[in-house]
Design a protein around this ligand. Structure first.
Ligand code: CA
Ligand code: CA
Length: 328
């Protein structure tokens, strides 16, 4: 249940809403969330529930309709009298924000289901580097992909079970930080040991986009509130790598696809591959010299952690900024 006492400090004043529009029980009227400057729907008829204007957040107005907060405890202060442009066509449900609620555990590692369908892969003309173009539509069958980068603790279990040498980790890289210093071959071996595989580059990008076509999964502007890249600010407190899952998740419920550590993909790297890749389930060139790395890391500029940015490395190399996540 909500902590009403705690929320009492956050006052929602809805009293004069009724003066702005005709009102009767069941109508949805609006107010302005003075904190986020977003439009808020309220139901003056019963005074107990409402929704944010995007329909994703249910608001609760206990008792007298004078106080309100979201289910996750966010307080909403409403300035009455803000007129909406149109009413929602269907009653919004809070569950609409989670397109990938299904998940499984493999080898102690949490995976999220990405439904089958198309997405736009790469960058549009005039954006990104040449190997990100042409932007093209790709269809993928449904698949699972790791919710987090594989951590030090998870990789250590693999080493202990198989007699492998645990790769040296940077100072302060704790159990919950992503493992680094793993080659492409190491990442593939871990994945197979745990009953999984590495994602294809297309699978990685679709997952990382979280249903968006923007430069970053959260929009087109860089922000330290969503990813660990070079420098600090906002939620980014790390000058090096940080624990997996320290930032908000994207639309598919995945963490740190953007930044923190680079992530190995299954594919050979081909700089011109997008010009001839198959439209369905592309798996990369048939041969090559380098394997694909995606997502950028803690030391990259913002452009390095965009959804479409591509990188590559020697599959035998063990770089202190390279990690991975698994797929299935
Ligand atoms: Ca940082
Ligand atoms: Ca990452």
């Amino acid at each position: 249940m909500h902590d009403f006492n705690k929320a009492a400090a956050l006052i929602v004043t809805l009293g004069i809403l009724g003066m702005c529009m005709p009102s009767h029980a069941g109508d949805i009227e609006t107010g302005l969330d003075t904190d986020s400057k977003t439009n808020v729907y309220v139901r003056p008829g019963d005074g107990t529930t409402g929704y944010s204007v995007d329909g994703k957040t249910q608001l609760v107005f206990p008792g007298n309709g004078k106080q309100g907060f979201t289910p996750d405890g966010k307080l909403v202060t409403v300035t009455p009298g803000y007129e909406r442009e149109e009413e929602p066509q269907t009653p919004p449900q809070s569950t609409q924000a989670a397109p990938s609620a299904q998940g499984i555990i493999a080898g102690g590692y949490e995976l999220v289901y990405i439904p089958a369908g198309e997405f736009w892969m790469g960058s549009p003309d005039g954006e990104g580097e040449s190997d990100e173009r042409p932007r093209h539509k790709v269809y993928l069958d449904g698949y699972y992909i790791g919710k987090y980068e594989v951590t030090v603790a998870q990789y250590r279990k693999f080493c202990n079970a198989t007699g492998r040498t645990m790769p040296g980790q940077p100072d302060l890289n704790g159990h919950d930080n992503p493992v680094v210093g793993v080659s492409w071959d190491d990442a593939k071996s871990y994945s197979e040991w745990a009953g999984m595989r590495l994602p294809t580059e297309a699978e990685w990008e679709k997952a990382a986009r979280g249903g968006t076509d923007t430069k970053y999964w959260w929009g087109n502007s860089e922000s330290h509130d969503y990813a660990n890249y070079d420098g600090t600010g906002g939620l980014d407190r790390w000058s090096g790598m940080g624990p997996a899952g320290s930032f908000p998740s994207n639309g598919y419920g995945l963490y740190d696809t953007s930044g923190n550590v680079w992530e190995w993909c299954a594919d050979w790297y081909g700089g011109g591959y997008y010009g001839s890749s198959p439209a369905n389930n592309p798996a990369g060139p048939t041969h090559g010299s380098f394997r694909v790395l995606r997502g950028g890391s803690w030391y990259n500029a913002p452009s390095g952690v965009s959804s479409a940015n591509r990188n590559r490395s020697d599959p035998g190399g063990r770089d202190p900024n390279d990690g991975f996540r698994c797929a299935k």
